[in-house]
Design a binder for this molecule. Structure first.
Ligand SMILES: *[C@@H]1O[C@H](CO)[C@@H](O)[C@H](O)[C@H]1NC(C)=O
Ligand SMILES: *[C@@H]1O[C@H](CO)[C@@H](O)[C@H](O)[C@H]1NC(C)=O
Ligand SMILES: *[C@@H]1O[C@H](CO)[C@@H](O)[C@H](O)[C@H]1NC(C)=O
Ligand SMILES: *[C@@H]1O[C@H](CO)[C@@H](O)[C@H](O)[C@H]1NC(C)=O
Ligand SMILES: *[C@@H]1O[C@H](CO)[C@@H](O)[C@H](O)[C@H]1NC(C)=O
Ligand SMILES: *[C@@H]1O[C@H](CO)[C@@H](O)[C@H](O)[C@H]1NC(C)=O
Ligand SMILES: *[C@@H]1O[C@H](CO)[C@@H](O)[C@H](O)[C@H]1NC(C)=O
Ligand SMILES: *[C@@H]1O[C@H](CO)[C@@H](O)[C@H](O)[C@H]1NC(C)=O
Ligand SMILES: *[C@@H]1O[C@H](CO)[C@@H](O)[C@H](O)[C@H]1NC(C)=O
Ligand SMILES: *[C@@H]1O[C@H](CO)[C@@H](O)[C@H](O)[C@H]1NC(C)=O
Length: 412
């Protein structure tokens, strides 16, 4: 474009010069640094009158200069009128100078082409803020996590607008790396993540123009990377061995124990329980796959039942625990109790805790055998052993043995 103009202007050489005209075929070129303050010299233009001489009667003025330049009306010296900012104007501006002389009907015109040389006066500006991302703990090393980009309004002269990215903070153990590619900062994983060690990274990322030269302008931003726990751990039982002692007559459907396993990830994936069938082929027991409650599934015939329970979460291998059920007669228990003499209808002993001990619900208690059978009775509603209507007399007798029988379900 510039070459073409040169050519056109060169071709335009007026044969008859009339009025006022500029030297240089009315074409001037100038270069000035960006950020030059008002008054900075740009160029001197000169016009001649019809006689071919300079004249102090010639008056200069500018048009189309958009306020950036001004001209001394007598000397033709063009200076900066307002501090130049390349990013606010074009790289090269053209404007016209006008030369007039009193008495001359024809004014002269010239075009000034002024190139503003870029100074690295702009800072990289991060775009598309904020930078936040959540990534899975399973993210592979080398995988791109997030991209950042910063623009710079300077020209590409001296790489003034070429931004180089760097991680300068928050990169614990060098977990991430950044590469400058296609004007972007590409952040990738450089070491495996572990949710248990770190759940959040705050990377301080700088963008420096002049391709990262020490003289370049630098800006920074924080990139927040959250780590999401992956389901990488299996469930485990809270106990490895569950010993259970039950009455041999424990009814079908009765819960005898509850096993518990938990997924080890914070995800807390649901756990599904099962009895390892080969360890209980006759299916004496069954388990609630959600609650882990184990119950009797059929009449028991043996004394001991060891079997294996499994707990599975997601796709992980199952966890195991051993349950050993011993079925038999619960050992008899002996208690001692004291009562006041001379008190009829008084409570000797609360039998309710025995239900739990013998693992039976709602049994019938009855006095099996007593030294003085009619002196005691059992209230079946309150489940208490009581002194009968006749009060005891210590002087007559100070000790009694009462054998109480527990009948559950008709069986004892
Ligand atoms: C214009 O230039 C002349 C000659 O150099 C000078 O005397 C005069 O002060 C200048 N005018 C302005 C407004 O600067
Ligand atoms: C740095 O970048 C941010 C985001 O683009 C911007 O708001 C800020 O002005 C920049 N800092 C400088 C010194 O230019
Ligand atoms: C990342 O996850 C957290 C909660 O774990 C959530 O508050 C945040 O909005 C998520 N951020 C993005 C960018 O998805
Ligand atoms: C990020 O790094 C820059 C350059 O070192 C520093 O000036 C800035 O304070 C840092 N920002 C944070 C949040 O640490
Ligand atoms: C029987 O024992 C199991 C576990 O040992 C217990 O969960 C259950 O509640 C007991 N049943 C009664 C009636 O006490
Ligand atoms: C748990 O058992 C129920 C019925 O017994 C069945 O419908 C369900 O699919 C089982 N769930 C799992 C996770 O095995
Ligand atoms: C299980 O035991 C109960 C009570 O002892 C009995 O009535 C029932 O017939 C038995 N069931 C089987 C299948 O043996
Ligand atoms: C408990 O006592 C009764 C009656 O004396 C007896 O038949 C039974 O065998 C005893 N049970 C045990 C486990 O000792
Ligand atoms: C048995 O106990 C219940 C509840 O405590 C009471 O209402 C009832 O009167 C008692 N019966 C006898 C015979 O003491
Ligand atoms: C004990 O209870 C019986 C039956 O409820 C009653 O007849 C008797 O009067 C009571 N005796 C005393 C001393 O309260």
């Amino acid at each position: 474009m510039l070459n073409l103009l040169l050519f056109l202007l060169a071709a335009y050489t007026p044969s008859v010069i009339e009025g006022v005209y500029f030297t240089n075929s009315g074409f001037y070129q100038a270069k000035v640094d960006e950020s030059s303050p008002p008054g900075t010299y740009v160029k001197t233009v000169q016009a001649l009158d019809q006689s071919g001489n300079p004249s102090d009667q010639i008056t200069y003025s500018l048009t189309k200069e958009n306020g950036w330049y001004k001209i001394n009306s007598t000397s033709g010296v063009i200076t900066v009128a307002k501090t130049l900012d390349r990013e606010e104007m074009a790289d090269t501006q053209s404007f016209d100078a006008l030369a007039t002389k009193i008495g001359e009907s024809q004014a002269g015109t010239a075009t000034i082409y002024c190139t503003v040389l870029d100074l690295n006066d702009n800072y990289p500006q991060f775009e598309n803020l904020p930078y936040q991302v959540n990534i899975s703990e399973n993210t592979k090393v080398g995988e791109v996590v997030i991209e950042v980009s910063a623009s710079d309004k300077d020209s590409s002269d001296n790489h003034n607008n070429e931004v180089y990215y760097k991680i300068v903070g928050g990169n614990t153990e060098g977990t991430f790396e950044i590469a400058t590619r296609n004007k972007k900062g590409i952040i990738a994983l450089s070491k495996p993540l572990d949710f248990k060690v770190s759940q959040k990274y705050y990377l301080n990322v700088t963008a420096t123009d002049e391709s990262g030269a020490p003289t370049g302008n630098q800006n920074w931003t924080v990139v927040t990377i959250g780590v999401i726990d992956a389901d990488d751990l299996a469930a485990t039982f809270s106990k490895f061995l569950y010993p259970v002692l039950i009455n041999v007559n424990t009814r079908r459907g009765r819960e005898i124990v509850r096993v518990h396993a938990e997924d080890q990830d914070s995800l807390q994936a649901p756990v599904s329980y099962a009895i390892f069938r080969a360890s209980d082929p006759e299916e004496y027991f069954k388990i609630n796959n959600i609650t882990g409650s184990i119950s009797v599934n059929r009449n028991l015939t043996r004394d001991s039942y060891p079997f294996i329970v499994t707990a599975k979460s997601s796709n992980h291998p199952a966890a195991f625990a051993l349950v050993v059920v011993n079925a038999g007669a619960m050992p008899n228990r002996t208690f001692e109790a004291s009562v006041m003499e001379n008190e009829a209808n008084t409570t000797v002993f609360d039998l309710k805790p025995l239900e739990q001990y013998f693992n039976v619900s709602d049994p019938i208690f009855q006095i099996h055998q007593s030294d003085e059978g009619d002196k005691f009775f059992i209230n079946g509603t309150s489940k208490e052993l009581k002194v009968g209507a006749q009060a005891l007399d210590r002087e007559e007798r100070d000790k009694y043995t009462v054998v109480v029988e527990l009948l559950s379900n008709g069986d004892n």
